[in-house]
Design a protein around this ligand. Structure first.
Ligand SMILES: [Zn+2]
Length: 261
């Protein structure tokens, strides 16, 4: 059986609940969920990689206007957490970006040998759309030479219209899930013990895709609502067929999946 994958969060972001979930009140501590897949040969694949350390200690200084929104209850980079488990950051060969928004990929600087994989539409966005669309690291990514386009093959898989099997063995399958951004994807992880679909920011709370109720933040951030609604339908169908959907910033989802490591 394949070595099990697991999930980490680089911190807990304090946010008003109404922003993320229609009808919710109070405040929530949001995870920034990262998937960690041991390849079995000492190397690792990540799904997203969270923020870099300075972005969490001084968000306004390092992230510009969006940084003013970020208040952390706690933070620790994914690289530090992996090192504490005996996993060298240099062992990360690929980071699959659900999308290239700053909270999902800032930590790529901590993984010197990793290729950062994103769809061509997403790469175009990070290079052209800028901070007010939630992108921040375009120049650094271009300079690194480590941002690599990920081509999805058309053809339905798991109910999604295009896919790419990253390792060729079904353990990391990238699925088209655009709408939140121009080229956002979901990533299905399977290790023989469980299968979990990391759907990034396709929704912030499951209520959005289950009931078709868009959160305030989603209204602000969504690239194209029709695409997002189509992705929601696919997530609903996937879940209805018994699949497990995990959203990057859902605290209950994180608690559900992160215990079993
Ligand atoms: Zn996000």
């Amino acid at each position: 059986m394949a070595e099990p994958f697991f999930f980490l969060t680089c911190g807990r972001l304090i946010a008003p609940a109404w922003l993320m979930c229609p009808g919710a009140r109070g405040s929530v501590d949001l995870p920034l969920t990262v998937g960690v897949v041991p390849r079995g040969d000492g190397r690792h694949v990540l799904v997203d990689c969270g923020f870099a350390g300075p972005e969490m200690t001084q968000p306004f200084r390092h992230l510009g206007p969006w940084g003013a929104m970020y208040r952390f209850r706690e933070h620790r980079t994914i690289a530090e957490q992996l090192a504490a488990r005996g996993i060298a950051p240099a062992s990360v060969s690929h980071i699959v970006a659900t999308h290239l928004h700053l909270d999902h990929i800032g930590g790529f600087v901590d993984f010197p040998h990793a290729e950062l994989l994103a769809t061509q539409a997403e790469i175009h966005s990070v290079m052209s759309r800028g901070q007010f669309a939630g992108y921040h690291h375009g120049k650094a990514l271009a300079k690194s030479g480590r941002l690599v386009p990920l081509a999805l093959e058309s053809g339905e898989r798991h109910g999604f219209p295009a896919h790419h099997d990253l390792l060729g063995d079904g353990r990391v399958v990238v699925l088209e899930a655009h709408g939140h951004t121009a080229g956002s994807v979901a990533v299905l992880l399977t290790d023989g013990r469980r299968s979990i679909l990391h759907a990034g920011d396709a929704a912030y709370d499951p209520v959005e895709y289950r009931e078709g109720r868009q959160s305030v933040l989603s209204k602000v951030t969504a690239f194209r609502k029709e695409w997002l609604q189509a992705t929601w339908g696919r997530l609903r169908d996937y879940e209805a067929a018994g699949g497990d959907v995990l959203l990057a910033h859902d605290p209950r989802g994180f608690a559900r999946v992160a215990g079993a490591t």
